[in-house]
Design a protein around this ligand. Structure first.
Ligand code: SF4
Ligand code: MG
Length: 325
């Protein structure tokens, strides 16, 4: 299979409850109908402002959430509504996630060795504790840390080291797909570069596929081979990196890129900074027609009423906009 992951019309809605009876009075439409294919071995960047549904999409793909609607096909298996025990068989090891703060969920009183040991034991990998310890030490070396670190505690590590540990934890189960959600966003620029280089080396060594979620367009530009742009729970544009950064089609993508001075200087020299009017609409009550029409500088009459289809404008450059119908 060329595609490791196929996503059809994916939706994730969260109920809004209110009143003493906690009645559902509406829904936050965090992810609202996404279609996507992820090719084996690629790095797909997902960009968009905070609150656009990137993280929810990542967590739904890895089945931390059950989708409200749609399909997720991983390695040819439909994992959309599988039970936890079925998921363990088909994708829990194969799909891993890296978070902004990999230590947020870790017990500060456990040594690094113990922390890395746990997933191996849970999934009954390797014959015994000795082999597992050996594997843990090896993992640390793989991510550029010293094997003696197994005896240390989480608070003893710097931000960059912590993210290396987060990566080691993700690698422990030998995954095929890693979803990184703002994985380098909290780090200094020089440390960001080191972590990205590490991720690229590991990708080559272990034939990994990445979905790299970030609000930072410059970072995504370094690591991604294709880029998807999200707005209000929708994927509005998806194309090869060069097409997105040099010839963006969707008015939202153009505005987003125009706000990054370095990128603007390099590729969009003739383009002005595009400042969007109005606020981001609420995901509980998204605009009719094109979700971007309330803020779009190129809005037409049709945009308010008709939802633009997400379609290929040639060379796999997908865009959802009536300008390109
Ligand atoms: Fe703007 Fe209309 Fe295109 Fe939406 S469909 S991005 S409102 S031009
Ligand atoms: Mg997020």
């Amino acid at each position: 299979q060329v595609n490791i992951l196929e996503v059809r019309n994916l939706k994730k809605y969260f109920p809004i409850k209110s009143g003493i009876l906690q009645k559902t009075t509406g829904h936050i439409k965090a992810v609202d109908g996404i279609n996507l294919e992820v090719k084996r071995g690629e790095t797909l960047g997902i960009v968009g402002e905070s609150g656009c549904g990137k993280s929810t999409m990542g967590r739904t793909l890895i089945r931390l959430y059950e989708p409200t609607e749609g399909e997720i096909i991983f390695n040819g298996n439909d994992i959309t509504h599988l039970s936890e025990s079925q998921l363990r068989k088909l994708m829990r090891k194969q799909m891993q996630m890296i978070f902004q703060d990999p230590f947020a969920s870790l017990n500060p009183r456990k040594t690094l060795g113990k922390i890395l040991h746990e997933p191996l034991k849970t999934h009954q990998l390797y014959a015994d504790n000795y082999e597992r310890s050996e594997r843990v030490a090896e993992l640390l070396e793989t991510v550029g840390l010293n094997r003696s670190f197994t005896n240390r505690y989480p608070h003893e590590f710097s931000g960059g080291q912590r993210q290396r540990i987060g990566i080691a934890r993700a690698l422990a189960l030998q995954p095929e797909l890693i979803i990184a959600d703002e994985a380098v966003s909290a780090l200094d620029v020089s440390i960001q570069a080191q972590i990205i280089n590490l991720m690229e080396d590991l990708q080559e060594e272990f034939n990994l596929t990445y979905i790299f979620i970030s609000h930072d367009l410059s970072v995504v530009r370094h690591i991604a081979s294709r880029v998807g742009v999200m707005y209000l729970g929708n994927l509005v544009e998806l194309a090869n990196k060069e097409d997105i950064y040099i010839e963006p089609l969707h008015p939202y993508t153009k505005a987003l890129l125009s706000a990054v001075p370095m990128i603007r200087k390099k590729d969009l020299s003739k383009r002005e900074r595009i400042v969007l009017r109005g606020d981001l609409p609420s995901p509980s009550n998204p605009p009719s027609g094109c979700v971007f029409h309330t803020r779009c500088p190129a809005k037409m009459d049709i945009c308010r009423e008709v939802i633009p289809t997400f379609k290929d404008c040639g060379s796999s450059h997908f865009v959802a906009c009536h300008l390109y119908e």
